[in-house]
Design a protein around this ligand. Sequence first.
Ligand code: GLC
Length: 612
Amino acid sequence: MEVFSKRFSKHEDELKWLYMELYNDMDGYIQLISNMKQYYQNRRQDLKEIDNARVKDPSWYKKNDLMGMMLYIDNFAKNINGVKEKINYLEKNNINYIHLMPFLDTPSNQAKSDGGYAVSNFRKVRPDLGTMEDLEELSKVCHEKGISLCMDFVMNHTSEEHEWAQKALAGEKEFQDYYFFFDDFTIPAEYEKTVPQVFPTTAPGNFTYLENLDKYVMTCFYPYQWDLNYRNPVVFNEMMFNFLYLANQGMDIIRIDAVPYIWKTLGTPCRNLPQVHTIVRLMRMICEIVCPSVLLLGEVVMEPAKVVPYFGTVEKPECHMLYNVTTMATTWHTVATKDTRLLRQQLDTVAALPHDYTFLNYLRCHDDIGWGLDYPTLAKDGIGEPEHKQFLNDYFRGYIFNSTSRGELYNEDPVTRDARFCATTASMCGIEAALETKDPAELELAIQQHIMLHAYMFMQSGIPVLYSGDEIGQINDNDYKLNPGKVEDSRYIHRGEMNWYNASQIDVEGTVQNKIFTRLHQLEDLRKAHPAFITEGDAWTLDTWDKAILCMGKYYNKEKIIGVFNFSAQEKTAYLDDVYDGPYTDMITGEVTDIKQVKLEPYGFRYYVIQF
Ligand code: GLC
C-alpha cells in the first residue's frame, strides 16, 4: 500500500477539491477512495510491474515505435481466443497496439446495440466473443509480446437493457436518478431548444418516451442508449469502479467514448461543458493513483479548438491522447479536391501545438466521416459548406466523372441534404471500382493512392492506427444490407468480416494484397528506424508550387525527414525552394540526391532523410 499512498498523496488535495466541487458529498468521496484502494490491491502483479516501468518512462507511447490497428473481434477472428491465435498476423503487420472494438455485453438485437456502443453489462464480455478470463489471458499474451491493448469505455450512456435501466423501468426511483427522467415534456422541450442532434435523421430528438412509465428519458444518441446522469455522485463512483475493473483486466489504453457529452446543463448545447473537464481530470488522477500505466484516449469528434482542451494543461493533464479527427476529414477533402492548401493549414495548426500532445492519426475508423472541415477558410475561396459537403458526398459515391470512389451516405437529411459518408479506404481510393472494371492501370493507380495516403499518415506526429483490412486493401462490404439489424446503419459497409483468403495473399507476389502489405511494411519499418518520426519532433509543411503536392518536414535529434506527396493522378514536379540543405537520401531507394525539384508519378511520394 506504500505505493498507493505515495501516489494518492500527490493528488489528494486536487482530487478531493474537484470531487467536492462537483458533488459536495463526503461519503461519496470516502467510498471512491476506499474502492480505489481495493482496485489497487486487486491489481495483478504483472500489471503493477508495467505500471512501475511506465511511470519511470512516461513518454513510452510518444516514440516512433507504436503502430496501432482497430478491429472488431468477431469480424477479425470470431472471438477473443481467435484474436490470440491471429497475433502472429498482427505482428507480421508491425502492429503493437490493438484496439478491440466494443466487446462488452450488448443487446443481441443488432438494431439496439449500436455496434456494441450500447453496453448492457460493463463487467461481462458479449458471450459469443468469450469471457473476461479470455480477455485477461489475451492481455497477458499481448504484454509478453510487447503489444498494448485498447478498449472502449462507453461512459455517456448505457443500453436500455443495462440492469440500472431495467430497474429504472421497473419504477425504482433510485435508478431513475442514474439517468435523466422527466414526467412530461416541459423540461425536455427546453433542452431541445439548445441541444443539437447527434443523429438527426435516424434518431431525431434527444428524449425518448417510455410508454409503460409515462415518462421521458434523455437519449442523445439512439433511443435505446440512455444518457447517464453524472450529476449523481453514485453514477460517477459506479462508473469509475467499472473503469477500474476494466483497467484491471489488463487494458493499456482506454478510449473514453463520446466524452464531450457526459455533462448536461439546461440552456446549453450540453457539449464540452467545464464539468466534463473536471470529470476527465478526476479520471486521469484516479488512473495515476491506481493504474498509472493506463492511457486515456479521448474521443472528441469536434473542431480543433474544442479538441485541444481535452489534453488539459502541463500541471493538470486530462487525456493522454486524442483523435486527429479534423486532419482525417481534411485528408479526404484533399483527395477529392486535389488541393492540399486546407490540409497544409490544418497540419501547421497541429504542428504549432505543444509537442507533447499526442494525436492518434488514422485514415478510416469504424465511424462515418462527418466532413468537419474549416469552412470559414474554404469560404474565402467562395466554397460554401452545404455545396461542398454535397460535392464530397457525390465525389466519394463515384458520381463525379473523375472519381473512382465507392461508398454510402450516412444520416442523410432529406430536407437539407446534409450527410456524412461511409466506406473503406480501399474503396474510397478506387480499388473496388478497378476490381469491378478489371482495369489493371486503374487498379495500380488506386493501390498507389492507398499507399501514398498511408505514407502521408505515417509521417504525421503521433500514433498511426490502421483500420483492420486496410493493410490488405479490403473493400466495402454490402452484406449488411441483408441484415435487418444493420441495414439502417450504413457504417456497417466498412465493418465487414476480415477476408482471410485475401490476407493469405500478402505473400503471393503481384497480388493487390501483396503490393499493399509489402509497401506499408517497408514504410512502417522506416518509421521505426528513424527518430525524426517521433511524436515530440518538430513538424512543418513546405511550399511545393503545386497545390496538388503536399510537402512535410520532421526534425528530431539531428535528423531531418522531408516527405513529398502527390495527391493527383497526374505526373507532377514539386519545386522545394525552401529546402536549403542537401544532399538527401531517398529512404526507399537509398539514392543520394538534391531535392530542389522532385518528380512524382501519379499519387507518387518520397521520403528523404538527412543527418546533421
Ligand atoms: C462514438 C462511437 C460511435 C457510437 C457513439 C455512441 O461516437 O464511435 O460508433 O455510435 O459513440 O456511443
